[in-house]
Design a protein around this ligand. Structure first.
Ligand SMILES: *Cc1c(COP(=O)(O)O)cnc(C)c1O
Length: 389
């Protein structure tokens, strides 16, 4: 078989799966028997390190693994915690909120979609009003970092009104966990926070997690309507067997890589250090993009540190796929699609990358645009009302 690519591999500047360190990838280069006593102990030790990242204690909370991508753990959490036919209020922050609503509906839960401006954090007062108006809504589903827009939402502020209303919350923290702070110890209304190995914790894909309340897992048995996606069953199995025991074959190599990724995360200084690096990445990129005549999609105050969207140049020669290919030739991979209302391209600021990589990316983007004959770099004039005007 031919190699996927010869020469140096390009750097991934996408919001997951992210660029990883070679030590992380190297951990996969062996075979494991997942039911072996040593492996089970190793897996349990790895899981035990996770609750502290969300500032909660292991006697109240537990980290549960599930094979598969982020969507699997989000569906599992909805099925496990929201009863069949139950109502979940979802602030429609963007593409990932839309996905959460679909997962809920397909699982025969009722998704109540709450409109939200695309370029600002969800207003807690709006959530409070929705909950007050409909006492039958038991849950709120919040996307912490909306990867489609780059806007960060505030689980602390939203959680406070959810808690005051006596409701519960599920947080899609897939593109934020490990970088943006999350305090589950102080927020008992959060039943589960969900994430994957391959975003801000800089592991490899194949493995997703919930950090969930132990008491709620015990009272949620029988809700899921799916053995594979039942987190209460994952928990019951861990209690009956061993915390590191798996019901089905786990992605054993991805687990091994994730343990190394956690070592590196802790050595870097944990969540505050990772956030600081990502903020540097994002601000270097945001400024650099503006310096070469491109226009960032979000106004500066709304821009989160995870992903930066940039308005597509208004030049008739612009083609997103052409730009993506030209960047790849220069050593960078960005997303080949966008989820914004107006055309854009998006660049991830997360992964094993630094502000220097961002500076090199900006230079590559500048050169690629020139090569493609794109002279007009500002966005096309926009007619009609759009939130960024
Ligand atoms: C990446 C991501 C997901 C999950 O995507 P998968 O491709 O299923 O891993 C969910 N929510 C958000 C906010 C994400 O960024």
């Amino acid at each position: 078989m031919p190699p996927l690519r010869t020469g140096t591999d390009p750097l991934l500047l996408i919001p997951g799966p992210v660029t990883t360190r070679p030590e992380v990838r190297a951990a996969m280069a062996r075979d494991f028997a997942p039911w072996d006593r040593d492996y089970v102990g190793f897996y349990a030790d790895m899981l035990a390190r996770i609750p502290a990242i969300a500032q909660c204690r292991r006697d109240t909370h537990v980290a549960l693994p599930l094979s598969g991508s982020g969507h699997f753990i989000i569906e599992a959490a909805i099925r496990t915690f929201v009863p069949h036919g139950g109502r979940i209020l979802i602030p429609m922050t963007g593409a990932y909120a839309t996905r959460m609503a679909r997962l809920a509906r397909d699982a025969e839960r009722i998704a109540i979609e709450m409109p939200v401006p695309p370029d600002a954090p969800v207003a807690a007062s709006d959530v409070a009003a929705m909950l007050a108006a409909d006492p039958s809504i038991l849950h709120v589903g919040l996307v912490h970092s909306e990867t489609s827009s780059g806007v960060v939402h505030d689980p602390e502020a939203i959680g406070a009104v959810v808690r005051a209303a006596g409701r519960r919350m599920i947080v899609d923290a897939v593109s934020s966990f490990g970088a943006l702070p999350l305090d589950l110890g102080a927020q008992p209304e959060i039943e589960a926070a969900l994430f994957t190995a391959n975003k801000c914790l800089e592991g490899l894909p194949g493995l997703s997690f919930a950090v969930a309340r132990r008491d709620r897992l015990l009272t949620s048995a029988g809700n899921a309507g799916s053995w594979s996606l039942d987190l209460a069953d994952v928990y019951a199995n861990s209690l009956a067997e061993h915390p590191g025991a798996s019901r089905f074959t786990p992605p054993a190599q991805a687990v091994a890589a994730f343990a190394v990724a956690l070592d590196l995360f802790e050595a870097e200084g944990g969540q505050p250090a990772r956030l600081a690096r990502y903020r540097d990445n994002a601000s270097t990129l945001y400024q650099g993009i503006a310096d070469i005549g491109l226009v960032p999609y979000l106004p500066h105050p709304a821009q989160g540190p995870i992903v930066v969207n940039v308005h597509a140049p208004g030049d008739p020669a612009w083609s997103l796929l052409g730009f993506v290919e030209a960047l790849k030739e220069r050593g960078f991979v960005i997303s080949n699609f966008f989820n914004t209302e107006r055309p854009s391209f998006r660049v991830g600021c997360i992964g094993a990358i630094t502000p220097d990589d961002m500076r090199r990316f900006v230079a590559a983007a500048d050169a690629a645009l020139s090569d493609l004959g794109i002279r007009h770099r500002a966005p096309a004039a926009h007619h009609g009302t759009s939130p960024e005007n």
